[in-house]
Write a protein that binds this ligand. Structure first.
Ligand SMILES: [Zn+2]
Length: 204
């Protein structure tokens, strides 16, 4: 991404996010700053904005989970039934939800973000139930369905949570609370009216 288009897209993301007063109060951090972030003493959580491109889906991390309809936490299979440890009961009406760990990139570095149901659906436009319903024995659920690869190459404004899981335990996989995608074609048009150059460089 050229510097011009980077700046233009950054401005665009800020504009997209302006309507929400809650988001306006959040600081925008680079990936380098997120990785180095230390929670203030006594704080368990921080929120920030980050503008970056999704460059890969982390393999072997799964792409959905089965959750409890009451508390939305992950349930586990206990014999024939799903059991929710939080609600301490069997949940016959469990639901599937997306959970995708993606590698993201911007000018300062790279890290991994965890995207949950609504945000993945926002990007791929297909609900998880539809994908699961179409899977056959030839396409086991352990493999990441091809349609999910549509998230790769998307540049978004991410509203990210930094918790002690990240800062103290050293795990990345920062949870994305919300994201806004922007249209790179539109941004290229604003930044470089004549420029096909940047476009070509970005295509790998
Ligand atoms: Zn529950």
């Amino acid at each position: 991404m050229s510097l011009l288009s980077y700046v233009a897209s950054s401005l665009k993301i800020l504009l997209i996010m302006l309507p929400s007063p809650a988001l306006m109060q959040q600081r925008r951090l680079t990936i380098q700053e997120i990785l180095a972030y230390q929670l203030p003493p006594g704080e368990k959580l921080a929120r920030c904005l980050c503008h970056a491109e999704i460059i890969a889906i982390m393999d072997g991390e799964g792409w959905y989970y089965t959750c409890c309809p009451n508390c939305a936490r992950k349930v586990r299979l206990l014999g024939q039934d799903y059991y929710c440890g939080t609600c301490a009961e069997n949940v016959p009406d469990s639901k599937q939800r997306y959970k995708l760990i993606v590698r993201i990139l911007e000018i300062s570095g790279t890290t991994t973000f965890t995207l949950f149901n609504k945000e993945v659906e926002r990007l791929v436009v297909v609900p998880v139930e539809n994908i699961l319903a179409e899977l056959t024995q030839d396409n086991p659920t352990t493999e990441i369905p091809a349609v999910l690869n549509n998230v790769i190459g998307k540049t978004c404004g991410f509203d990210v949570k930094i918790s002690s899981y990240n800062t103290n335990l050293g795990y990345e996989e920062y949870t994305v609370v919300k994201l806004s995608e922007y249209d790179p074609v539109e941004v290229e048009a604003v930044a470089e009216p004549s420029g096909a150059g940047a476009e070509a460089q970005n295509t790998t």
